[in-house]
Design a protein around this ligand. Structure first.
Ligand code: NAD
Length: 363
């Protein structure tokens, strides 16, 4: 089992370990029993992951001598709202949970964001542990302590920064992950290669077929590499004041494309389109060499992610959604652009005409 520490503000005592491995369930249960003592443990999961993976987790925790209960909610982004948060809080009370209880978030990013959000406010906060089961959650959402639910007017608009006590990443969970969810995670892994690590980028370029076949050794290397990048960024900028914004590479335009398509384009596909668009904008304004832009487009294509925006999506519609992105400051849309692979920067001065032309050029 690999281990790394997320070093955060000493005053808040929020530093914690991320442990990564393949089939680590029994050791995870023992470590939870030893290092994270609580009166009772409540697994929060969704109704896809629960039936697949909760029985073994419950058995392992019980073998380690712990009192365990479970709360399940319907899978999917549509559950990530305040009503589900309130239902979970009511169920916690029914189960007799108190401030001496600990929540275990077993699932993808929706479960992690939801369980983290509830943990941050239930009885003025209880501890929680992330056990991510999607590739996206393993390399991204389980790290960094951003928790949230959606509001009718937008995603993640109600949330907190609240760090987990630990993250346990078991690659074994990926064996049951649907292909389209795997691709969502793969898009994020490519993003880490683009924004931080030329080595990860070339590892992907040279081994993309093995990655798609979920080669365990390669996946372990990639997941560990991505976790190191994310945790280093979070250590410097826990509350997303500056550096952490580079994690949004491809996401600003990606979110606009995703919502303009009324979510018919999957998140990972939209991020892939956003990453190509950001590379092309970088090339267009003279920051990124054409050869580097082509490497990015080629890798995205070889990964099986799209490079073309459907003609049916209106460029004007995408542009107007960009302007309502909550990450913009005032009227300026901040793009994460590239000087080269591994060297991103934030730019708030891109002319709308350039962005529109790049979108049109990708149709
Ligand atoms: N907090 C953060 O920093 C952060 C970062 C990125 C994304 N997010 C959030 O994460 C969410 C997306 O996360 P996601 O892509 O993991 O989505 P998700 O949690 O909805 O999971 C995707 C689907 O896969 C299923 N699933 C999960 N694990 C499985 C497994 N091992 N086997 C079979 N099925 C499994 C789920 O039930 C769901 O249907 C969004 O709400 C997004 O806002 C948060």
């Amino acid at each position: 089992m690999r281990s790394m520490k997320v070093n955060l503000d000493k005053k808040t005592l929020s530093s914690h370990e991320i442990r990564i491995g393949n089939s680590i369930l029994d050791r995870m249960a023992l470590l939870i029993a030893k290092n994270h003592k609580a009166g009772r443990y409540i697994i929060v999961t969704d109704d896809n992951v629960g039936p697949l993976h909760s029985a073994k987790l419950i058995a392992a925790l019980k073998t380690a001598g712990l009192t365990v209960d479970m709360i399940e909610f319907p899978a999917g982004e549509h559950s990530k709202n305040i009503d589900t948060a309130m239902e979970i809080a009511e169920k916690l009370l029914d189960l007799g949970a108190d401030r001496n209880s600990l929540l275990l978030a077993l699932g993808g990013g929706v479960v992690g964001d939801m369980a983290g959000f509830v943990a941050s406010i239930f009885m003025r906060s209880v501890p929680y542990i992330q056990i991510p089961t999607t590739l996206l959650a393993q390399v991204d959402s389980s790290i960094g302590g951003k928790t949230a639910v959606d509001l009718p007017s937008g995603k993640n608009l109600l949330g907190t920064f609240y760090q987990p006590r630990a993250v346990f990443t078991d690659l074994h969970y990926l064996t049951t992950l649907p292909e389209k969810e795997f691709k969502n995670g793969l898009a994020e892994i490519i993003k880490y290669g683009i924004i931080d690590d030329e080595k990860i980028f070339s590892l992907l370029e040279n081994n993309i077929e093995q990655v798609k076949r979920k080669d365990p050794a390669l996946l372990l290397k990639l997941v560990e590499g991505c976790c190191r990048i994310k945790k280093s960024i979070v250590e410097i900028d826990e509350k997303e004041q500056g550096l952490r914004r580079i994690l949004n590479y491809g996401h600003t335009l990606g979110h606009a494309i995703e919502s303009e398509s009324a979510f018919s384009i999957a998140h990972g596909e939209a991020v892939a389109l956003g990453m190509t668009a950001a590379a092309r904008i970088s090339e267009n304004v003279g920051y990124l060499e054409s050869a580097e832009c082509k490497r990015i487009e080629d890798l995205i294509g070889k990964a099986g992610l799209p490079g073309r925006i459907p003609v049916s999506l209106s460029t004007r519609g995408i542009m107007s959604r960009l302007k309502t992105d909550k990450k913009k400051d005032g009227d300026v849309v901040h793009f994460v652009l590239l000087k080269k692979i591994g060297m991103p920067f934030v730019n708030g001065g891109i002319d709308d005409k350039i962005t529109s032309a790049v979108i049109e050029g990708m149709k």
